[in-house]
Design a protein around this ligand. Structure first.
Ligand SMILES: Cc1cc2nc3c(=O)[nH]c(=O)nc-3n(C[C@H](O)[C@H](O)[C@H](O)COP(=O)(O)OP(=O)(O)OC[C@H]3O[C@@H](n4cnc5c(N)ncnc54)[C@H](O)[C@@H]3O)c2cc1C
Length: 308
């Protein structure tokens, strides 16, 4: 017979923290429950007995903007749903890659429940690459204070210390809004590759942002890759290769080679390491090639053919 679970509805972060730590061995925070339910289906014995709902905590569902010293920040409450993000004008205007990521997760019924915080906490959610390239910061409740941490640092910690469950409560995610630059055109892309178009875990997800300057060079390029069970990460050495570079077949070849070296996803039963590396490299090169074509069209020139 299935063991019964208790579901707790704390009224504050302090209460949620206390409930979790009082019954730590058998407790688990829950938001939309859409990821947790897939874990329970796969391993009913591993289910926590006490579920502590954090999605109803005051303020955790809010999406807001603030300005400080000329810099605008968007704050997404950890319990904001993916649907809420899709409907938010400020997110739609500023973070198109993140919007594409949200739109490509599951179906509307799931997106109405699934939260941004829950997606991040899985450490492999499909929104993560899109958040990495826009320098998202996480804000945690640690039992007494709110502490901040770049998403990239937290992911690195998870990768090294994966067995330890996160004990803090994710409260919000903040993202800086980049100012419109006069010196070029901003670009952003997000691509999710799965074994079929929808309702399937991703094999590879890549995201990128940057600028094409009026001098015809690339600037401020940020790239991230993940997908499946891979803990997503930035590709700093690939970004460095592209910084201030001009498009050329040699550049794209070098970038492809560097992604093949630097991106190291684990294998899974359906896709090997080489396959995942190749998909990530080809998708990023495809996006860069598209940008180059766009640049050539703008100038009335001819694009290069790429072989990789
Ligand atoms: C049919 C289906 C399709 C799906 N497709 C995709 C997909 O394409 N891509 C994808 O990325 N995911 C997918 N998912 C998984 C899931 O829907 C998403 O990852 C979702 O965003 C998880 O959010 P949630 O609020 O439901 O998280 P939950 O299931 O509530 O929690 C996920 C994890 O986060 C922890 N947690 C939640 N909130 C907090 C908090 N505030 N502080 C600390 N810990 C917290 C929980 O303890 C748990 O470990 C799918 C799920 C289903 C059922």
């Amino acid at each position: 017979m299935e063991e019964s679970k208790s579901v707790m509805f704390p009224k504050s972060l302090h209460e949620a923290w206390k409930l979790y730590h009082d019954g730590k061995e058998s407790s688990c925070y829950i938001s939309g429950g859409t990821w947790l339910r897939t874990q329970w289906e796969a391993n009913p014995e591993g289910t926590a007995k006490q579920l502590i709902c954090v999605d109803c905590l005051p303020g955790l569902q809010t999406i807001s903007t603030s300005s400080d010293d000329g810099e605008t920040m968007v704050t997404i409450g950890a319990a904001a749903t993916l649907s809420q993000c899709l409907e938010s004008p400020v997110i739609g205007e500023s973070f198109s890659g993140f919007i594409t990521a949200c739109r490509n997760i599951a179906a509307p019924a799931i997106r109405n429940q699934a939260t941004v915080g829950g997606n991040i906490l899985t450490a492999a959610g499909d929104t993560i690459p899109s958040l990495l390239v826009i320098d998202a910061q996480l804000h945690w409740f640690n039992g007494t204070d709110i502490e901040s941490q770049p998403l990239s640092d937290w992911l690195r910690e998870r990768e090294n210390d994966g067995a330890n469950e996160e004990e803090r409560i994710l409260v919000s995610v903040t993202i800086p809004v980049k100012k419109q630059e006069k010196k070029g055109t901003a670009f952003s892309f997000y691509t999710k590759v799965g074994r079929r178009e929808a309702f399937i875990p991703s094999v590879v997800t890549v995201a990128g942002t940057g600028m094409l300057t009026i001098e015809g060079t690339l600037a401020d390029v940020a790239l991230a890759a993940g997908g499946g069970t891979t803990v997503p990460g930035r590709l700093p050495d690939v970004e460095a290769l592209l910084h201030r570079a001009r498009f050329s077949p040699e550049l794209l070849k070098k970038v492809h080679e560097k992604i093949m070296t630097d991106y190291s996803p684990p294998p899974d039963p359906f896709a090997g390491v080489y396959y995942k590396k190749t998909v990530a490299a080809n998708v990023i090169i495809g996006e860069l090639y598209r940008l180059q074509e766009q640049q050539s069209d703008d100038k009335g020139g001819v694009g290069y053919a790429v072989r990789s």
